[in-house]
Design a binder for this molecule. Sequence first.
Ligand SMILES: NC(=O)c1ccc[n+]([C@@H]2O[C@H](COP(=O)([O-])OP(=O)(O)OC[C@H]3O[C@@H](n4cnc5c(N)ncnc54)[C@H](OP(=O)(O)O)[C@@H]3O)[C@@H](O)[C@H]2O)c1
Length: 279
Amino acid sequence: MFNSSNLLNCVLFPIVKPNYSKLNRQLENKVIVITGTSYGIGESLVNLLANIQCHLILVARTHDKLINIQQSLAHKKAKIDIFSVDLRESEQLDNLMTNLQRYSVDILINNAGKSICRPILQSLSRMHDFDRTMKLNYYAPVKLCLALIPHLQRNQGQIINVSAINVLLAPTANWAAYQASKTAFDQWLNCARPELENQKIKVSTAYLPLVKTRMIEPTKIYKRFPALQADEAAAIICRLLQTKKHQYKPWWTIIVQLASLFFNNIWVKLNRYFLKKKL
Ligand SMILES: NC(=O)c1ccc[n+]([C@@H]2O[C@H](COP(=O)([O-])OP(=O)(O)OC[C@H]3O[C@@H](n4cnc5c(N)ncnc54)[C@H](OP(=O)(O)O)[C@@H]3O)[C@@H](O)[C@H]2O)c1
């Protein structure tokens, strides 16, 4: 049934549709590495790309889930290889990079990610939160890019980063670990972009708003917020694959960016108000 929350979703997140027949032609026989494919946005993306005659290399930790995805899509056009890897573990990451040298990779989609919502005062003895988010959201994609840049250079390929709109907006309380690590890779990729584009490697970033996946489940308040579905977020990534545009961000991002620039003090006060109200 259509209600006011559906309407709000339609206004905030108008449907983004790639031209699938163009995408089919563009991705034919391409080798695409996608991280974080066992759940959420990554899994939805694999479901969409499986209809194309390309070669998908899936990376995530949950081996059974990867096997399950590979088997359930075996009748589709794409060839699928899987690698069960914890991208935070340097030995496993190094093994993955050695294995990836066997392929001629055309596209890297950095999607694996971990979010943590925790107040600083509850993090005093939890340095591992910052370590884990940096390892997965920053160091792993940097290492993967460095290993695959020679492939992408040869194949005039593309890097797509699945980022979060928060990276473009004023910082939010309780999100220090996640936001710092996502911002770190965003900065890295934006610095590298002119160099990569001189080598004919396209760089695209999806600055996604909230997406209904298991990632946001622990944050109760998000249940009431407008959000994309995982397959809508996957369609946005497909559109970046097809158009090779530099970025996707929701149309209202600029309004919120201006507001966070001009009313930054009010934003900080609002953060403090809501934190106190919670205590
Ligand atoms: N959901 C949102 O609201 C939202 C908004 C903006 C941006 N994003 C970004 O979108 C991306 C996908 O998130 P999602 O919402 O689809 O979350 P998700 O459903 O939790 O999926 C995350 C994926 O990353 C993989 N992953 C997590 N830790 C890993 C590790 N140590 N090594 C290898 N793979 C790992 C997970 O697989 P295993 O657990 O099997 O390893 C899973 O496949 C993330 O980069 C996230 O920051 C999400």
